[in-house]
Design a binder for this molecule. Structure first.
Ligand SMILES: NC(=O)C1=CN([C@@H]2O[C@H](COP(=O)(O)OP(=O)(O)OC[C@H]3O[C@@H](n4cnc5c(N)ncnc54)[C@H](OP(=O)(O)O)[C@@H]3O)[C@@H](O)[C@H]2O)C=CC1
Ligand SMILES: O=C/C=C/c1ccc(O)c(O)c1
Ligand SMILES: [Zn+2]
Ligand SMILES: [Zn+2]
Length: 364
């Protein structure tokens, strides 16, 4: 962390300044540590496709300067006086949200990710009026409710993708009653979220089919990730042969795509769970869901409770994410490679090992 005055700490993050999405060093201040706040020095931060959507203003609501990053693992360096769960030296994680109202139905049901007053970890405004900034930064201050302990047995860089990608697949499988061994699941789009989908679903005892836009990932999917079957979505014969075979599909495609080819793969009562953030209407004809009582639904990350659960689930099952660790000065190339589908399967930035405070003067 940088200089400290009576109330605020100066930190360096890597921010996008406009919709080109190019990140460069940016200096800003953290809020004064409140009674329930945890201050963490960032060690690692994963790059999610949502970060690409946000820096490039795909959703039309981006504000700049924007420091992205919501798969954040760090070390606690300070806690407020009312923090009981954490102490200095703990390795902790922060994900997509850092605030909620605590009073609405979702908050009271501990599914605070569905709170209409949730505060996003970046591209949002905190309760003090300051913009929120994410994990591609030397440090963050986060309310303890939105901080999780990284369990022993999980390397910090390994834990990073679980804080968004991991919990994003775990939550709907749990919520929709899809944890039963023997189910037949489909993972559409084998990227950061999708590869965690294969691993989590396999660990639940499912028969897992990857549905991909190309044949390029077939061997990796079957041999390294443990998928049971692999379909190329443009291969009409393969798709026809797999009709009526799946209990669910986790759809992670980040761009507009037809739904009917995938609805056809579902059995009666099958579920298509949309994960991709797509700001255009998707379409299907009604018989595709009526004839088979199929469901099209969506799911948004997971709760704080589920985040703790998926971390422990991964420890218990010996499950790891497949990551490429890079330094901060590679972040723009990593974003470009992610956008062109050239990563196996998640970039994780070694923020702590990148001397980002020193780079601040030279990289603008
Ligand atoms: N709902 C939620 O809570 C969350 C939503 N997201 C969203 O989920 C989506 C996926 O995120 P993430 O896994 O990080 O992204 P990745 O880019 O890592 O993976 C997406 C995968 O989709 C496939 N794909 C990519 N581009 C295309 C294309 N043009 N046409 C068809 N298929 C394509 C590719 O798989 P293949 O090569 O196999 O075709 C690619 O690997 C994003 O929109 C992200 O914002 C992310 C996290 C949480
Ligand atoms: O990667 C995590 C966030 C996902 C997300 C889902 C829906 C939405 O509208 C977003 O802006 C982000
Ligand atoms: Zn994410
Ligand atoms: Zn609420």
């Amino acid at each position: 962390m940088g200089s400290v005055d009576a109330s605020e700490t100066t930190v360096t993050g890597w921010a996008a300044r406009d919709a080109t999405g190019h990140l460069s060093p940016y200096t800003y201040t953290l809020r004064k540590t409140g009674p329930e706040d945890v201050v963490l020095k960032v060690k690692y931060c994963g790059i999610c496709h949502t970060d690409v959507h946000q820096v490039k203003n795909d959703l039309g609501a981006s504000k700049y300067p924007m420091v992205p990053g919501h798969e954040v693992v760090g070390e606690v360096v300070e806690v407020g006086p009312e923090v009981s769960k954490f102490r200095a030296g703990d390795v902790v994680g922060v994900g997509v949200i850092v605030g909620c109202c605590r009073d609405c139905r979702p908050c009271k049901a501990n599914v605070e990710q569905y709170c209409n007053k949730k505060i996003w970890s970046y591209n949002d405004v905190y309760t003090d009026g300051k913009p929120t900034q994410g994990g591609f930064a030397s440090a963050m201050v986060v309310d303890q409710k939105f901080v999780v302990k990284i369990p022993a047995g999980l390397a910090p860089e390994q834990a990073a993708p679980l804080l968004c990608a991991g919990v994003t697949v775990y939550s709907p499988l749990k919520h929709f009653g899809l944890m039963t061994p023997g189910l037949r699941g489909g993972i559409l789009g084998l990227g950061g979220v999708g590869h965690m989908g294969v691993k989590v679903a396999k660990s639940m005892g499912h028969h897992v089919t990857v549905i991909s836009s190309s044949n390029k990932k077939r061997a990796e999917a079957m041999d390294d990730l443990g998928a049971d079957a692999y379909l190329v979505s443009s291969d009409a014969d393969q798709m026809a042969a797999a009709a009526d075979s799946l209990d669910y599909i986790i759809d992670t495609v980040p761009v507009k795509h037809p739904l009917e080819p995938y609805l056809a793969l579902l059995k009666m009562d099958g579920k298509l769970v949309l994960m991709g953030v797509i700001a255009e209407p998707l379409s299907f004809v009604s018989p595709m869901v009526m004839l088979g009582r199929k469901t099209i639904t969506g799911s948004f990350i997971g709760s704080m409770d589920e985040t703790e659960e998926v971390l422990q689930f991964c420890v218990d099952k010996g499950l790891t994410s497949q990551i490429e660790v890079v330094k901060m000065d590679y972040v723009n190339q990593a974003f470009e490679r992610l956008e062109r589908n050239d990563v196996r399967y998640r970039f994780v930035v070694d923020v702590g090992g990148s001397n980002i405070e020193d780079a601040a003067c030279t990289c603008l």
